[in-house]
Design a protein around this ligand. Sequence first.
Ligand code: F6P
Length: 554
Amino acid sequence: MSEMNAEGRSRLDQMPEWTALSKHREQLGEVHLRELFAKDPDRARRFTLQVGDLHLDYSKHLVTDETLRLLRELAAATGVAELRDAMFRGEKINITENRSVLHTALRAPGSAVITSDGVNVVPAVQHVLTKMATFADRVRSGDWKGYTGRRIKTVVNIGIGGSDLGPAMAYEALRAYTHRDMQFRFVSNVDGADLHEAVRDLDPAETLFVIASKTFTTIETITNATSARSWLLSGLGAAGEEAVAKHFVALSTNAEKVAEFGIDTVNMFEFWDWVGGRYSYDSAIGLSLMIAIGPERFREMLAGFHLVDEHFQSAPPEENVPLLLGLLGIWYGNFWDAQSHAVLPYSHYLSKFTAYLQQLDMESNGKSVDRQGNPVAWQTGPVVWGTPGTNGQHAYYQLLHQGTKVIPADLIGFARPVDDLRSGLVAQHDLLMANLFAQGQALAFGKTPDEVRAEGVAEELVPHRTFRGNHPTSTLLASELTPSVLGQLIALYEHKVFVQGAVWNIDSFDQWGVELGKVLARRVEPALTEGAEVPGLDASTAGLVAKYRELRGR
Ligand code: F6P
């Protein structure tokens, strides 16, 4: 690989800013957070930032002022700000698909002008939002009737990946704001069990299916939608399109395929190829969510996204929260050999938050060639994982505290429980948050052998009861998990992922890595069902297919 790529950009790991960071890392050696805090009594105050309602404490990171300065220099040298501005301007920064990346236009004010291919996309965004709001209000009020004249009681969203994880995550997150007389279910897996369990206790006359698929060709979604249509028509004893029109709507960029499936395009809510699947839940893909929380709350959520978009564009580097979080990830992944990143929300409502971030981060930055197609010689996106606290504390936190791996973590919490939970449960919330703060403290500062001895622990047990500490965490604190705060959080992570992709010089907006498995599944399926010969099938897979057929008695 040449030192200079086609865009005239040096190889990342040969840039002076990168080398300076490597050297700095060596100099820091085995620096301990205890030491960093002892040296600078003002550290906790200085290493905090605010964006909107989000308060970030990043003092428990293995960084000094010098580290942060060098990281910002790396960002400047790799053109993060220039790529950011190009994205917001609608330039085609998704180079392998030759597309603009304009999820930020989905939450821009109606007066904004944002162009892709010379066309201002904002009026179309606003038009679809209005159409969604009218429809959502009709379903919520019971004005929209099913085929037999009954009101809709359950909405079943069928989609996968970005067409499922976003609305499903946000529905859970904002459950306290949802229409409690309605039910919302999310079906994604091609395993028929998913759909079966979602509909088995439902009355088709009161069920609305929202078929969410950007391409409208995704096999899982089309298969589930086809099964849902048969379930509906046989349950209603109806044949034909009139029933489908009352019980199926589509969210897609592909009107032709929607019509081919049998959904009237009048009942289609459109979005555009400049919205990536994993960046799409604030587009028409959020329709199920909008029905659940209502158009007004949905708009509040969009405003939260927009607030962080503006901050990302305009805050100076020293105060730019997504920039900082992205750079901290680079610090650990590229200079501390961290392989993974834990996201640990102390809110049960955020139970699907980390699963959502897995797609956002890992599908975006799980790349091994740079934007020009050269293999990268540096680590890219981390494995993102985690579940809500306090459950994880009684499972895998042991490894976080006393294992051998470097795992930076985000601890996310809220000062107040949402309205529904206020009465009587405030003490419970304090206990939840005490756990969050205690974990951050224990991870950072641990417990020294002398502290263990001072508790009278037998000498042979001292090593087992010692906590090395020095595990870096960010703490994100907001007053309450509102729709706006959720939008702020998601935009924060979107832009963090962006920053990392920009520094690593990879295309964060394509996802070619998911294609091969899809193609092979289609090729292998006839071997399972009909015993068809699959040319070129490897011996291991052929053996497994034969065993499968034997077990199925075929
Ligand atoms: O499998 C990957 C993927 O292409 C995701 O990027 C996308 O969110 C998901 O499939 C669903 O795609 P669609 O919305 O087109 O059905």
